[in-house]
Ligand binder design. Structure first.
Ligand SMILES: Cc1ncc(COP(=O)(O)O)c(C=O)c1O
Length: 440
C-alpha cells in the first residue's frame, strides 16, 4: 500500500469531472480512478497503490491481469477475434462448454449457452425455464439481485430504487422473504424455526396466491450478494428443493457473483449438496473479459433453432480468457486458497467484532465475506452512515471496499490473495472503523 496524494488526487479528479460530464449515471461507489493493476494491487492515476478487496465487483478471482489470462487473450486476438459462435463453429467454445459442464454440479448431461454479462445469463435462464415449462410465473427471494435488464429486473428485489419507475414493465415474478437468520423476517431462531423460511412456500404461498402449477422456476443466489451477503441456514436449499420437486418447478442457481471458486468451491451451491437444473455464471468467468454462461440439463435444451441466440456470446477472445481462468484456478489451487484465506479473514473479522460493538454480524463462505454494521447490538438498527464513512476512510488509507445490503461491507479480494495481504487489509479496515467512529 502506498498513498502519495489524497484520494482522489489531481489526475483522478479531472477524470471524475469528465466522467460526470459525459458518462451515464450508474452506481459509482468510490472516487478511485485506476491506471494499472496486478494481482490484488491497483495503482491509481496519481500513483497511489491500493489493496483491492472488491476485485472489480467480484470479477477478478484470478487477480488483475493474470499473466496466463493476458497471454491467452493476446494469442487469441492475433488469430481470430470474432466468428459468431451462435451461427458458426469454432473449437475453443465447444471445449469451454464441455469443461463448464464437467465442473458444474449435477451428475447429468449438460449444455451451455454463452452470454456477455450476468443479467444476460439471468435472461437466458428465464427464457429457457419458461420455454420448457410453459408456466407464467417465476419465484425468487426478496433481497436478491439478478440484474437490471427488464427480464432479470422482475426478479431483482434488493433495493426499491432499482425497480422504481420500471415496475409497470417487469412482470411474471413473485418473491418470498429471504433466509436471513441475523434478521429473521419471522423473528424465529434457527434451528427451532424448522426452516419456516423455506416451508412457507408450500404452507402459505402455494395455498393462497401462487398456484404451484403456474410456476416455471425458483431462481436464487446461493449466497445473496447485493442483498447483504446472506448465507441461508443449513438445510434451507434441501427443504426448498423438495418442495419444488413436488411440482416439477426448476431450480435456477444464480452463481454470477458466488461462482468460479469465490466460496472455496467452484459453485457455492456445492456447499449445500443440492443439485440445480440451471446454473448461471458471468463476472469472474472471463478474468476481466465480458463473458457469462448458463449451464443446464441437456434435456432442457431447445428442440428447434431460433428460440434464443445472440451475437457476441462465446466470443473467441473471451472464451480464451475463460479457459485460462479455469486453468489458473486448478493449477494455483485457488479453491483451497479461497477456503484457507477466507477462514483466516473471517477469524480476523470476528476479532474486529470483539473490538467494535458496531459490527453486529460477520458472515460468508470462503472469500465471500461481510460484516454488518449496527448502531446497537440489541436493537440491530442498521448503521448506514457509519458504514458509508468506513468505506471512505478505507480508500483514503488504500483499501478498496464495496458495500452491500443496507449497512454491510463485503470483502471479496482476488482468490490469489496471501495471508500477509489479508492482514494488511484488516489493519487498514481496523483503522478505518476507528476513524469513522471518531468522526461520527
Ligand atoms: C447474483 C447476480 N446475478 C446477476 C448479476 C448481474 O450481472 P451483471 O451486472 O453482469 O449484469 C449480478 C451482478 O452483481 C449478481 O450478483
Amino acid at each position: 500500500m502506498r498513498i502519495v496524494t489524497p484520494i482522489p488526487g489531481p489526475k483522478a479528479r479531472a477524470i471524475i469531472a469528465a466522467d460526470t460530464e459525459y458518462v451515464a449515471t450508474t452506481t459509482k461507489t468510490s472516487p478511485i480512478a485506476a491506471a494499472e493493476a496486478k494481482g490484488v494491487w491497483v495503482t491509481d492515476v496519481d500513483g497511489n497503490r491500493l489493496l483491492d478487496f472488491a476485485a472489480g465487483v467480484g470479477v477478478l478471482n484470478v487477480g488483475h491481469c493474470h499473466p496466463d489470462v493476458v497471454r491467452a487473450v493476446r494469442e487469441q486476438s492475433e488469430r481470430l477475434m470474432h466468428f459468431a459462435g451462435t451461427d458458426f463453429y469454432y473449437e475453443n467454445q465447444t471445449r469451454l462448454a464441455k469443461k463448464l459442464g464437467e465442473v458444474t454440479p449435477g451428475n447429468y448431461e449438460k449444455k451451455v449457452f454463452f452470454t456477455n454479462s450476468g443479467t444476460e445469463s439471468a435472461e437466458a435462464a428465464l427464457k429457457l425455464v419458461r420455454w420448457n415449462r410453459q408456466r407464467p410465473l417465476v419465484l425468487g427471494l426478496l433481497g436478491s439481485f439478478h440484474g437490471r435488464t427488464m427480464g432479470s429486473l422482475a426478479l431483482t428485489a434488493s433495493k426499491s430504487i432499482q425497480r422504481a419507475r420500471f415496475n409497470a414493465h417487469t412482470g411474471g415474478a413473485m418473491h418470498i422473504p429471504p433466509p436471513y437468520c441475523y434478521r429473521c423476517p419471522y423473528k424465529l431462531t434457527y434451528p427451532s424455526c424448522d426452516l419456516y423460511c423455506a416451508k412457507i412456500l408450500k404452507e402459505l404461498y402455494f395455498e393462497t396466491s401462487v398456484p404451484p402449477e403456474d410456476v416455471a422456476a425458483f431462481v436464487a443466489e446461493p449466497v445473496m450478494g447485493e442483498g447483504g451477503y446472506i448465507v441461508p441456514p443449513n438445510g434451507w436449499h434441501g427443504a426448498l428443493k423438495r418442495i419444488l420437486d413436488e411440482h416439477q418447478i426448476l431450480l435456477v442457481d444464480d452463481e454470477v457473483q458466488s461462482g468460479i471458486g469465490r466460496t472455496g468451491k467452484m459453485f457455492a451451491i456445492e456447499h449445500t449438496g443440492v443439485v440445480p437444473d440451471v446454473v448461471t455464471t458471468a463476472k469472474s468467468l472471463g478474468g476481466g473479459l465480458p463473458i457469462g454462461s448458463i449451464i443446464y440439463r441437456k434435456t432442457l435444451d431447445y428442440t428447434y433453432q431460433g428460440a434464443h441466440s445472440n451475437t457476441f456470446g462465446g466470443n473467441l477472445v473471451a472464451v480464451a480468457a475463460a479457459e485460462a481462468v479455469l486453468g489458473v484456478i486448478e493449477r494455483e489451487h485457488l479453491l483451497e486458497n479461497a477456503r484457507d484465506q477466507g477462514e483466516y479473514l473471517r477469524r480476523r473479522l470476528v476479532e474486529l467484532q470483539q473490538k467494535y460493538e458496531v459490527i453486529g454480524d460477520v458472515r460468508g463462505l470462503g472469500l465471500m465475506v461481510a460484516t454488518e454494521f449496527v448502531e446497537n447490538r440489541e436493537t440491530k438498527a442498521p448503521a448506514v452512515a457509519l458504514r458509508d464513512r468506513i468505506l471512505v476512510e478505507g480508500y483514503r488509507r488504500g483499501l478498496i471496499l464495496l458495500p452491500c445490503g443496507k449497512s454491510t461491507i463485503r470483502y471479496i479480494p482476488p482468490l490469489v490473495i496471501r495471508r500477509e495481504e489479508v492482514d494488511e487489509g484488516v489493519e487498514i479496515l481496523d483503522a478505518a472503523i476507528a476513524a469513522a467512529l471518531r468522526d461520527g
